[in-house]
Design a protein around this ligand. Structure first.
Ligand code: FES
Length: 123
């Protein structure tokens, strides 16, 4: 497992943008916190492939109860990334499995590398 950030680095509720990989096109990711639970997603909207946020760490609705894409307003459940409103129904964000170990937010480096490869294959 690799360290992504500390749990306390993420607002509650809130989100934190991260990147993984080297070079000109590191993979953009974000993690969403609800209490002690953290969910990880690739920062790519299934509607048109845009990054979801326009401002740093701005991934949630005003109420903090859903993930929201700022391009055309798609909304996704926090716990599984499933689209519940907007222009891409029946789709989901690409998930990254997250573990929180002693207050440290971690992910499997092989899974991160797999997501990087998938993103590169779309370019
Ligand atoms: S790119 Fe996200 S709603 Fe269109």
């Amino acid at each position: 497992m690799v360290r992504l950030c500390a749990l306390e680095d993420i607002a509650d509720p809130g989100a934190l943008e991260l990147s993984w990989g080297e070079g000109d096109w590191p993979l953009s990711l974000f993690v969403v916190r609800r209490g002690s639970e953290v969910y990880g997603y690739v920062n790519r909207c299934p509607h048109a492939g845009h990054e979801l946020n326009l401002r740093p760490n701005d991934f949630l609705t005003r109420e903090g109860d859903l993930i929201m894409c700022r391009s055309h307003g798609a909304q996704f459940r926090i716990d599984d990334g499933f689209c519940v409103a907007g222009p891409c129904p029946e789709t989901s964000l690409d998930t990254l499995e997250i573990d929180v170990i002693d207050g440290v937010v971690c992910a499997d480096p092989k899974e991160l590398d797999r997501l990087v490869a998938a993103a590169q294959s779309r370019r």
